[in-house]
Design a protein around this ligand. Structure first.
Ligand SMILES: [Zn+2]
Ligand SMILES: [Zn+2]
Length: 253
């Protein structure tokens, strides 16, 4: 399995427009973060989690030419705003692209992208096939994916387990019953926004504590704000086996 971090930034990206902070002025490419998304290549299958506003550039940058499925964590725009750019895959693959999300997220797509769902749609719209998932394992092309339901303030959103790998973003609480689904994961991705408390995201300290509880061999943090600090300096202070992810990073499992 090969994991590629397509984006590791929070909703405004790093840098946000017009910011003069030390992190935003850094020349280290690891301090530049597009909106959170990940690519999972699993036995030749190509899965993308979320299509945020940077989706088009992320697909070009990672040279991803085929998508077997897009899987959505939740309906916030920093995870959905790039859906229109699925169209090149319609042409490349000559098919509707399968999408997986829960019913509430699909209802939101019907409002955000009403033109996709019209009975007589305008030519050239994204061609997608929505599959509704619930909080139980689902299978795509023979691969079992396990949703992990996490709380994002008061909104339940999904993380996903793919074999020995799990991806969780936009969480500030995970119940013990959901944490139990992560037993034995070798590589874990978890969100860590910044050092100061936030209403809907784990802080760096909270993410470290949870990573240590789950006990994956390697944990990588994502969905970071510029307020988290410089990539290389924060990594130095983190416990062994825990690191900040960076855009373009690939991991083989
Ligand atoms: Zn987000
Ligand atoms: Zn969110």
């Amino acid at each position: 399995m090969r994991i590629t971090f397509l984006g590791t930034g929070t909703s405004q990206g790093v840098p946000p427009i017009g910011c003069n902070s030390e992190v935003c002025q850094s020349t280290n490419p690891k301090d530049k973060r597009l909106r959170a998304s990940i690519h999972v290549e699993w036995d030749g299958l190509s899965f993308v989690v979320d299509t945020g506003p940077d989706f088009r550039y992320q697909m070009i940058r990672a040279d991803i030419r085929h998508i077997d499925a897009v899987i959505y964590t939740h309906e916030h725009r920093d995870h959905t705003a790039g859906l229109d750019d699925i169209r090149p895959y319609n042409y490349l693959q000559n098919m509707k692209i399968p999408m997986y999300c829960e019913q509430r997220v699909l209802d939101s797509f019907k409002m955000q992208y009403d033109y996709i769902f019209e009975e007589y749609p305008y030519p050239g719209i994204p061609l997608v096939n929505f599959n509704v998932i619930e909080n139980g394992p689902f299978v795509i092309s023979g691969k079992t994916i396990i949703p992990i339901q996490v709380m994002h303030y008061q909104l339940p959103v999904f993380g996903f387990r793919f074999g020995d790998f799990a991806y969780i973003t936009d969480a500030n609480f995970i119940s013990e019953a959901e944490i139990a689904k992560l037993e034995g994961v070798k590589v874990l991705v978890l969100n860590a926004l910044r050092r100061e408390p936030h209403i809907s995201h784990f802080t760096l300290d909270e993410a470290v504590a949870l990573a240590q509880q789950i006990g994956a061999k390697n944990t990588y943090f994502t969905h970071m704000s510029h307020q988290i600090g410089l990539h290389d300096e924060v990594c130095k202070e983190l416990p062994e086996g825990i690191d900040l992810a960076y855009d373009g990073q690939t991991i083989l499992i």
